[in-house]
Ligand binder design. Sequence first.
Ligand code: CLF
Ligand code: SF4
Length: 501
Amino acid sequence: MELPVINNTASEATKSGCSASSCGSTNDQMGHLPEHIREKVFNHPCYSEEAHHYFARMHVAVAPACNIQCHYCNRKYDCANESRPGVVSELHHPEQAVKKVLAVAATIPQMTVLGIAGPGDPLANPERTFATFRSLAEQAPDIKLCVSTNGLSLPDHIDELAKHNIDHVTITINCVDPDVGAKIYPWIFWKNKRIKGREGAAILIEQQQKGLEMLVARGILVKVNSVMIPGVNDAHLAEVSRTVKAKGAFLHNVMPLISEAEHGTFYGMTGQRGPTHDELQKLQDECSGDMNMMRHCRQCRADAVGLLGEDRGSEFTMDKIEAMDINYPEAMKMRAEVHAAIAEELESKRVAKEAKVQLVSIEGIKAKPETRPVLMAIATKGGGVINEHFGHASEFLIYEASSAGVRFIGHRKTVAYCEGGDTCGDGESALDKSLKVLAGCEVVLCSKIGFEPWGPLEAAGIQPNGEHAMEAIEDAILAVYEEMRVAGRLEAKLDEQQKAA
Ligand code: CLF
Ligand code: SF4
């Protein structure tokens, strides 16, 4: 198969349809950013909350080795820095990886970012990592290149990263205190020696901080990922957030520890638990005063393909790619068209949002009564709209509606239990799981819902709602919240809460 060069048409189309500033600014979180930064993030699904509804990322698993050990990792499974547990299906050589990226770019036009995130540490495998980046920078210049590292050898690779125009780097920083680090990292491999405990953690921390400063000095965007480990670093992560912000990190992503015993990790085997939804949200809220927080991370596999939250990796195994008959010029045309259509949609959303803000200011302050916040769960397949059947949802997006507006809180994974048809009757245990992950939510909005789950949801205090199919998520949430207000369902509980207080 002769490999094409993907030209810049797609990204240019995107930019001309909608400048990066306007697209990026549809996300309030990004509104205050300078234009050159917004241009970098507007179509990166991890760096922009808005973008993650529209744009996809993919990872290529070219980096098998690691230079440290984390207590939450067993590389029989993916790197927990950037993954959820599950074996990497295939390890690739750089040439295979490039072939895969081009095939995915031709098949999934929304794919705008290629990341290398494991299954080991990309910078502990520099030849393979940079051979892949080098080739992609030449053959697919419209794809953003992204890397995620533990940071130990980061300072040695800054020039190389800058040379290939890799302007998104994630460093996993779980602590800035070696005593905390000693409880997370049993050893590091440094200058041909294994260094254990506090001494090893101190070197790792120093290298991470140095790497962060060097990247910022080069104008490279840095996201910091931290794994929240209750009782180990949970009380310390606010300090991590303050420290990395002061050094110029762009975004902080606090992720929950995943520690199932069957993964065979030290934490899994010793019963170390991960945080609850509430604990995670509390910490994210606490850190958000100091730092832009990422709340839409899906802890992707090191070979993930598709929108965040979906995994289309099995469609792109090497044997399937070899058998594909792709018309690359046609595919690239389609890619450009899709990017332009997304740009247009984002632009019209931005205009509508601005118009709404203006209307509110013209009408003056029609003070709305203060009402209590309500959590709502959304079933969606992407595009920023409610377009998933309740029984087909493998995750729910959680939003909080209040008199201050709507804010995204995070996502909760579940198990899709309905295989199709008009009823969702099977899979009782899967329904139980959905009921459990929806705890605390008062409404679930979906495109359709069968008769069977309706009763159990209502009994659990969660109102199913299929009336807003294909509507924009935030508009639908506001509409439902308003209905609840008019029906007196918000003040009533507020009174109860105030009495209780
Ligand atoms: Fe991959 Fe990471 Fe780049 Fe994204 S993932 S290397 S920044 S392209 Fe994204 Fe996945 Fe969370 Fe990572 S959702 S795990 S933050
Ligand atoms: Fe595993 Fe990643 Fe930690 Fe290395 S840095 S031990 S691959 S989680």
